[in-house]
Design a protein around this ligand. Structure first.
Ligand SMILES: [Zn+2]
Length: 557
C-alpha cells in the first residue's frame, strides 16, 4: 500500500519495514551488550554502502566517554556536492531500547516481530489492538516504535543521499546513539565528535532532526504530532532528618517519615508545580521513591528519610524549581508541625499528661546552603573528609547515582552542629533541559519554516492531520543538542547535586557550544515501553522519511 502522490515521494515503505525488522531483531536493551551489537550492525551496514567504501573515514564507531560501560555510537556523514555550503543537518536517534520483562511469557519473541504477531493472535487483546494486529499496517515488537523504525528512516535517508550527494548543498550527518533510555552517555559523548568535525570539516550545524516515537494524546486523538523541542526533567530529592525517639514516647521525638508524608501530600499531584509555556502544560510532579534510611527493624523511630519526585519542565530552570520546592517544603514542614501540635494537645487532654509546647521549628536548606555552612564552620577538614568519603563510595559500582547522592548528604549532615530536624533539598540524577525551537533566532526560523512548508506539501497525500507542538512529552536526547537555560540556571544543578564531579558530570557547556535547533519527526504508534508496543506503518514508513527529506531539501538545497 503506497500513498497517493507517490510521484513526489520516495517509495520507502518496503525498505523501511525490512530495515526496522532487522534492527528489532538485534536486541539492544540499554545497559546490556546488545547496545554494542546493534552499533556494530549499523556500522557494518553503513560501511557496506558504496559511498562509504569510497569514503571510509566518513563513518565511525565511537566509544562513549566518562562511562562505566563499553558501548558505542555510530556516526556517519555525507558531504553534498551541489554547492559550497557548509550547512549541516544531523539526523539523530537512539539505538537502545528498554527491557523486555513486560512481555512475560512472550519475551522470547519480543524481538521477532513476525513470530510475536502470530503468538499475539492467541492472546487476550483489547479490540483496537486486535484490529491493528490483523490490519497489516502495524508492526509489533520491542523497539519497533521506540525507536528502531525512526532509526530505520534516518538510515534510509543516509543511504539515499549517499547515492545522491549531488542533491545536497551542504552536509548530512547520521547519528545513532546509545544509552538514551538511561543516562544519555551516547549523545553526550557524540557532542565531542560533533565539535571535532566542526573544526575539521567546517560543518555549520543548522538543524537536528530526532525521530523518536509519537503517540496520540488521548484515545480519540487522530493527530500525528511533530515536535519543535522537548520537555525537561529533574529529579528533586529531599533528605529529611527527624529527632529519634522510642515508640513508647513518640511526642518526645519527631519522626522524619511523618514530615515526608506531609511533603509528598504537598508536592505530588500539585498543579501549582505544573510548568506552562506556549499554552502547553507539564503534568505535576509525583513521587518515585520514598524510604527511610533505617537498615532494619528497631523500636526507635528512623533518623532520616529521603524522597524523590519526577519533575517536568517547559520553561523553569533548575534554579526556579529549587526556589519553588524550597517554598513547598517549608509549607509542608509547617503543616506537619501544626498538625502534630494539635494531635499532641488532644492526646494530653485524653491522657492527662502535662502539655509542653513542642520545640520543633521549620528548617529547609538546599544542599548548597548546607555545604556553605559546613565549609564555613569546618573548612578543609570537612572538604577533605567528604572527598575521601565520596571516593570510597564510588567503589560500590552497584550503588545507583540517586542513592549515592543521598549517602553523601547523610554523611555531610553528621558534620552539622545544629542537628535539629531539617529538610535538605538537592538534585540526585541527570538533568535533561527543556528545549524550545521558537522563532526567536534566524537559525530557528529557517528550520521551523522548512518544517511548516514540508508539512503543507505532504499533508494532501495523507488522511490524518499532521500537527506541530512545542514540547515532545517524553524524555529525549534532544535535551542535549540545544539549551535554553542561562548559566545561572545550570549552575543550580552542579551546585546542588552531591554526586556532581564524582559519580555524575554533564558537560552542559558542550551543549551550549553546539546549540543546534532541533525538531522531532518520528514514527507513530502505541504502547511504547509496554508489551503491545507497535508502530503504524503508513505514517512511519512513508510519511516520516518523506517529510524529513522535504525538510532537508529546504534546508540544504
Ligand atoms: Zn525513545
Amino acid at each position: 500500500m503506497y500513498l497517493d502522490g507517490e510521484d513526489i515521494m520516495l517509495k520507502s515503505r518496503n525498505d523501511l519495514l525490512e530495515i526496522t525488522k532487522q534492527l528489532v531483531q538485534t536486541k539492544s536493551i540499554v545497559n546490556t551488550k546488545g547496545e554494542k551489537s546493534l552499533a556494530e550492525l549499523l556500522y557494518a551496514k553503513i560501511n557496506a554502502l558504496s559511498y562509504f567504501q569510497q569514503n571510509p573515514s566518513h563513518v565511525e564507531l565511537v566509544p562513549t566517554i566518562d562511562d562505566e560501560r563499553e558501548r558505542y555510537n555510530v556516526m556517519a556523514f555525507v558531504k553534498g556536492t551541489k554547492g559550497e555550503s557548509h550547512r549541516t543537518a544531523i539526523l539523530m536517534g537512539h539505538l537502545d531500547t528498554v527491557g523486555i520483562h513486560d512481555f512475560g511469557h512472550l519475551k522470547d519473541w519480543a524481538s521477532s516481530p513476525d513470530e510475536l504477531m502470530k503468538r499475539l493472535d492467541d492472546e487476550k487483546l483489547p479490540d483496537s489492538a486486535r484490529e491493528q494486529l490483523k490490519s497489516g499496517d502495524w508492526l509489533f515488537g520491542r523497539g519497533a516504535l521506540d525507536m528502531k523504525s525512526g532509526l530505520a528512516s534516518h538510515f534510509y535517508l543516509l543511504n539515499y543521499y549517499s547515492e545522491h550527494p549531488e542533491k545536497l548543498d551542504g552536509n548530512l550527518i547520521f547519528l545513532a546513539e546509545c544509552d538514551e533510555e538511561d543516562s544519555s552517555h551516547g549523545i553526550l559523548s557524540a557532542l565531542e565528535i560533533l565539535k571535532e568535525w566542526k573544526k575539521e570539516h567546517g560543518f555549520e550545524y543548522v538543524a537536528a532532526i530526532n525521530a523518536d516515537f509519537v503517540s496520540p494524546s488521548h484515545e480519540q486523538d487522530e493527530n500525528r504530532y511533530i515536535y519543535k523541542g522537548s520537555i525537561g526533567k529533574l529529579l528533586p530529592t529531599f533528605f529529611i532528618t527527624g529527632a529519634e525517639t522510642h515508640v513508647g514516647s513518640p511526642f518526645e521525638g519527631l519522626d522524619p517519615n511523618y514530615i515526608a508524608s506531609e511533603l509528598t501530600r504537598q508536592i505530588s499531584y500539585n498543579p501549582e508545580l505544573s510548568d506552562e509555556a506556549y499554552g502547553e502544560v507539564t503534568v505535576p510532579p509525583v513521587s518515585l521513591k520514598q524510604s527511610d534510611l533505617k537498615p532494619n527493624y528497631t523500636v526507635q523511630t528512623a533518623l532520616s528519610t529521603f524522597v524523590y519526585y519526577n519533575f517536568f519542565t517547559h520553561s523553569w530552570s533548575p534554579k526556579d524549581v529549587l526556589e519553588k520546592l524550597q517554598k513547598q517544603a517549608s509549607i509542608a514542614f509547617k503543616n506537619a508541625l501544626t498538625n502534630l501540635e494539635e494531635k499532641y494537645i488532644a492526646y494530653c487532654e485524653l491522657s492527662g499528661d502535662e502539655y509542653h509546647r513542642l520545640p520543633w521549628k521549620v528548617k529547609v536548606l538546599t544542599y548548597k546552603e548546607m555545604e556553605n555552612k559546613l565549609i564555613e564552620e569546618h573548612g578543609d577538614s570537612y572538604i577533605k573528609h567528604m572527598n575521601q568519603f565520596k571516593k570510597a563510595l564510588l567503589e560500590n559500582k552497584e550503588l545507583d547515582v540517586r542513592l549515592y547522592a543521598v549517602k553523601v548528604v547523610e554523611e555531610a549532615w553528621q558534620w552539622m552542629t545544629d542537628k535539629s530536624p531539617a529538610i535538605i533539598l538537592f538534585y540526585s540524577s541527570l538533568y535533561s533541559p527543556s528545549v524550545v525551537t521558537d522563532d526567536k533566532t534566524p537559525e530557528n526560523r529557517a528550520l521551523i519554516t522548512a518544517l511548516e512548508e514540508a508539512i503543507e506539501e505532504i499533508q494532501p497525500s495523507y488522511p490524518y492531520p499532521i500537527k506541530t507542538r512545542h514540547f515532545f512529552p517524553h524524555i529525549a536526547d534532544m535535551s542535549f543538542v540545544a539549551i535554553n537555560d542561562d548559566e545561572d540556571g545550570i549552575q543550580a544543578v552542579s551546585d546542588n547535586n552531591p554526586s556532581w564531579g564524582t559519580k555524575h558530570v554533564v558537560r552542559y557547556d558542550s551543549v551550549r557550544e553546539l546549540n543546534v535547533p532541533v525538531i522531532n519527526v518520528g514514527p507513530y504508534g502505541l504502547d511504547a515501553h509496554k508489551r503491545l508496543e507497535r508502530v503504524e506503518m503508513t505514517y512511519s514508513f512513508e510519511i516520516v522519511p518523506n517529510l524529513t527529506k522535504k525538510v532537508l531539501e529546504k534546508l540544504l538545497c
